[in-house]
Design a protein around this ligand. Structure first.
Ligand code: FE
Ligand code: FE
Ligand code: ZN
Length: 277
């Protein structure tokens, strides 16, 4: 089963996103919980949510992925920025419960010179504050390219965060193909070796979502610039290997490539055609 979709605008609500996804032959999607730069979230429309849940069931949607604003930095040096991250995530997670059992992804953060260990401590502290035993959402750490002082550039760093979280059964990982390639995991020449390493360090049972992006930059460049599928340094063949890998079956795959809806429709079509399952 290939569960695939792309990033969509949330401005017209859940049902609209569901229909938009269906119109491009997707059965999942990603959206920002609020303006990607932060700010206040739109009020939840309970009728819209109910209609979406029904629609998703009828159309065999897999889990959908909510993405935290990318300005959220739980390990900033600045207390106010950390507080903003905490309040934003807590509010996002409250809102996520309107659509139970879905996924919430965030970038672990940038330690801005304080060092990885201090950064990881702040991230763990935030997660231990916002996660609650009764929540149904799974919170995902995204694998990062290692730009600047980004935390999450290695599987070991993510594992260290997971190890610090008390309610770690609420946690998972979202693997971004562009980011891990930029970070130095050679999925082009040794996808299975990378998956082995992920499994050994984190555990593949933690892998809950995949961001599928090609990269504008070469291997190990630590840059994080997404490219259209097949047009970057990773290439189409590797993407085909990813979607057909026996260990990655069923995991929702989300495109974050530089595209409008028609471009996403095209990428979903070529990937579905290349799927052998
Ligand atoms: Fe992301
Ligand atoms: Fe991503
Ligand atoms: Zn990225």
């Amino acid at each position: 089963m290939l569960n695939i979709g792309c990033h969509l605008s949330a401005s017209k609500g859940y049902l609209h996103m569901g229909k938009e996804a269906k119109s491009i032959n997707a059965n999942t999607f990603q959206f920002f919980t609020r303006n990607p730069r932060g700010g206040k979230a739109k009020d939840i429309d309970e009728n819209d949510v109910k209609a979406f849940i029904e629609f998703a069931k009828e159309n065999n949607f897999s889990q959908i992925l909510a993405h935290a604003p990318y300005t959220l930095n739980p390990c900033s040096k600045d207390e106010h920025i950390r507080e903003f991250a905490l309040n934003t995530m807590a509010d996002d997670l409250r809102r996520m419960e309107y659509t139970p059992y879905q996924l919430y992804n965030f970038h672990p953060g940038s330690h801005v010179g304080q060092g990885v260990e201090i950064g990881i401590d702040f991230i763990v502290k935030q997660l231990n504050t916002v996660l609650t035993p009764d929540m149904t959402t799974t919170v995902l750490l995204e694998t990062m390219a290692g730009k600047g002082s980004e935390i999450g550039r290695s599987f070991e760093e993510l594992k260290e965060i997971l190890d610090g979280v008390k309610l770690d059964n609420k946690m998972g990982v979202c693997m971004d193909t562009c980011h891990i390639y930029d970070a130095g995991y050679d999925i082009v020449n040794d996808l299975d070796g990378v998956l082995d390493e992920f499994d050994r360090i984190i555990g593949l049972d933690r892998l809950c979502a995949i961001h599928m992006n090609d990269s504008k930059n070469p291997f190990e460049s630590h840059k994080d610039r997404h490219e259209k599928i097949g047009e970057g340094s990773i290439g189409f063949d590797t993407m085909v290997k990813v979607i057909n890998n026996p260990r990655l079956q069923g995991i929702p795959i989300l495109l974050e490539t530089p595209n409008e809806l028609d471009g996403y429709a095209h990428e979903i079509e070529i990937l579905r055609n290349a799927y052998k399952g």
